[in-house]
Design a protein around this ligand. Structure first.
Ligand SMILES: C[S@@+](CC[C@H](N)C(=O)[O-])C[C@H]1O[C@@H](n2cnc3c(N)ncnc32)[C@H](O)[C@@H]1O
Length: 232
């Protein structure tokens, strides 16, 4: 019996219509459907594709892990997932792994990929990254950075000081630290807060107008030194 193939499928930032045709075809025909999920509660990736899976009856496998950056990556979680999904692959079943956004753009899929790719065929289908769904407008010679808010305050300050534009990801409980850094650099008025982009509950507003420091994990802050727009 031949082994199955594992597919890492990018499912886009949130809007189900931002799933590629290739990812759609594969998720609808794989026998096993895996997806990351928080320790409790629903999976964002699974929720994004829910309208596409009506009538499909794959074996489902939630890879439950802490969304809290300090505890990432949770090696034991990926070891177990690779072992259990590996058993399906060895038995000849194709496995689709749903990945929010793009699988390899800061995606936790990388931890599964490194465990599976040494033993099985793994194919990756790129997806629309949240960043490209909410990118700053850049002039051709400008440098842009992607900066995790999880960095220590001094590193965050140095990186933001050195770039023309930045997408700061993994906000969550790091918002107070990020606010301090942006204030100190005089960048708060150039920062835009984007929560759950392309989902029905999307919220976009100037950072300065946020009433408090409460921010979910699926939030990004865009900073542009000149306030955002390209000048002609
Ligand atoms: C670990 S990264 C994964 C990125 C994903 N692989 C992608 O390609 O978009 C997760 C971070 O991306 C950002 N993010 C993902 N989806 C988002 C959305 N719909 N709206 C705003 N930010 C989002 C948040 O900053 C979140 O903490």
């Amino acid at each position: 019996m031949s082994e199955g193939t594992a597919y890492g499928l990018g499912v886009g930032p949130g809007d189900p219509e931002l799933v590629t045709l290739k990812a759609l075809r594969l998720m609808q025909r794989c026998e096993v459907l895996a997806y990351p999920a928080p320790e409790t509660g629903p999976s964002l990736a699974r929720g994004i594709v829910a309208p596409h899976l009506e009538g499909c009856t794959p074996v489902e496998y939630a890879i439950r892990m802490p969304m809290e950056a300090a505890r990432f990556p949770a090696a034991a979680v990926y070891d177990r997932a690779a072992s259990e999904l590996g058993a399906h692959l060895a038995a000849g079943r194709d496995v689709a792994v749903l990945c929010q956004g793009d699988p390899f753009f800061y995606g936790s899929f990388m931890y599964l990929f490194t465990r599976l790719a040494t033993r099985f065929t793994v194919e990756v289908v790129p997806g629309v990254a949240a960043l490209t769904a909410s990118a700053p407008i850049l002039e051709m010679a400008q440098a842009a950075s992607v900066i995790p808010a999880t960095l220590p305050e001094a590193d965050l300050t140095a990186r933001l000081a050195a770039t023309d534009a930045a997408a700061i990801i993994k906000i969550g409980r790091h918002m107070p630290k990020l606010r301090r850094v942006l204030d100190a650099l005089g960048l708060t008025s150039s920062a835009r807060y984007i929560e759950r982009a392309t989902l029905p509950e999307q919220a976009i507003r100037p950072l300065a107008e946020l009433a408090d420091d409460a921010a979910p994990y699926f939030a990004t802050v865009l900073v542009h030194r000149r306030g955002g727009a390209v000048e002609g």
